[in-house]
Design a binder for this molecule. Structure first.
Ligand SMILES: Nc1ncnc2c1ncn2[C@@H]1O[C@H](COP(=O)(O)OP(=O)(O)O)[C@@H](O)[C@H]1O
Ligand SMILES: [Mg+2]
Length: 246
């Protein structure tokens, strides 16, 4: 026991035990990423240790070029690390072949990009239904899930439009719907408001806040200090290392 702020004793040991028993959804240990540029090794990540627990909303901040996207791409199985280990949902991801990584990504990860990454010639509905192309979900079930996801992000009235007919904020809503349609364990968002004006950014950040309240686990890279108010934890990337509340 030790005294808390109010002077009341708080049971340190019990709290730690409870915390330790919760398994991380994603856990990086000693992760490095090096690039070989014109014969010289550039170290982008220098030993990152990072655990993401269920229902966390983690904001990652840090200057441009500090390695935030590299880290998020490794978490999203879109890129591989040079050294270290990555456990996703208790499974060691390091060294898995590309097709295994693609399957894991489909099951566990929803990724939101700064530039939306929508298919320009597909409708809103088709863009959000895209993940089901690679799974064996019954078409009626897929349709229901797509409509639920579009509803959740407030864009269900636009299903027949193509991305070019939508505003930036609406495009990002579609991209978020696509990221959440398979109910992934982990939502990763790389500067999702980076291309939006400030009013639209606030709406999109509020949307991530709502997804989090409804049970989503989110890691979001941002320059927006407002996010820290919504996030449960804020981490800072500096010199290829991640610092903040462990
Ligand atoms: N494919 C690559 N080859 C060489 N260097 C790269 C490559 N991708 C990223 N980098 C370098 O890694 C560093 C971190 O990039 P990035 O993760 O995109 O940073 P951030 O998202 O924080 O702006 C930058 O210096 C960038 O130039
Ligand atoms: Mg980046």
């Amino acid at each position: 026991m030790r005294p808390g702020k109010s002077g009341r004793a708080i049971p340190v040991v019990n709290y730690q035990k409870e915390y330790m028993s919760v398994r991380a959804i994603a856990q990086l240990d000693g992760v490095t990423k090096n690039y070989l540029l014109e014969g010289e090794t550039v170290s982008v990540l220098r030993g990152v240790n990072f655990s993401v627990y269920q229902n966390e909303f983690i904001a990652i901040m840090g200057s441009s070029g500090s390695g935030k996207s590299t880290l998020l791409h490794i978490l999203g199985c879109l890129d591989t690390m040079s050294e270290g280990t990555y456990e996703l949902n208790g499974r060691n991801v390091s060294g898995l072949a590309d097709e295994k990584l693609a399957a894991l990504r489909l099951d566990y990860i929803g990724f939101v990009f700064q530039d939306f990454n929508l298919l320009p010639h597909a409708t809103v509905f088709e863009n959000v239904a895209l993940p089901f192309l690679y799974s064996h979900t019954d078409p009626d079930q897929s349709r229901i899930k797509v409509m639920e996801a579009l509803d959740a992000v407030g864009i269900a009235h636009r299903i027949k439009h193509r991305p070019s007919a939508l505003s930036g904020g609406e495009r990002q809503r579609v991209a978020i719907a696509r990221a959440v349609v398979c109910k992934p364990k982990l939502i990763l968002a790389d500067e999702p408001t980076g291309n939006l004006d400030s009013a639209t950014s606030s709406e999109i950040l509020a949307l991530f806040g709502r997804l989090h309240k409804n049970g989503a686990t989110i890691v979001l890279v941002t320059h927006d200090h407002e996010v820290a108010k919504t996030a449960t934890r804020t981490m800072f990337m500096k010199d290829g290392q991640l610092a903040g509340t462990p």
